[in-house]
Design a protein around this ligand. Sequence first.
Ligand code: NAG
Ligand code: NAG
Length: 96
Amino acid sequence: LSLFLPLLFLPPLLSLLPLECFQCNRVNASGVCETGGSTCQTQGSQQCFLRRIFENGTLSYGHQGCSQLCIPMKLFNPSVIVEYKCCHDSPLCNKF
Ligand SMILES: *[C@@H]1O[C@H](CO)[C@@H](O)[C@H](O)[C@H]1NC(C)=O
Ligand SMILES: *[C@@H]1O[C@H](CO)[C@@H](O)[C@H](O)[C@H]1NC(C)=O
């Protein structure tokens, strides 16, 4: 719970400041954006997000962008881990 409390109680002024984020449909394991590379600008309560997919314990690929839904989480299954993170502290903070 303590992990996402700070996100839920963002001061309104801060959440309104537009922030530039990396946007990419697919970032490969070396951190190179393979498709859809650009940046996006957050609006309203959006934040930068970074999703990373680990397969069999190895970083496999990722996804970056701007999102309204920002609940930090980790989903597990026997061979795949999906890690979802958001940030709003600095421009382009969702570096892979
Ligand atoms: C990621 O993409 C770059 C550029 O296409 C390539 O050189 C690199 O080998 C790729 N890395 C992986 C892990 O596939
Ligand atoms: C993970 O490892 C298992 C067992 O070695 C293999 O069957 C499976 O295809 C692997 N999955 C991925 C996504 O590499």
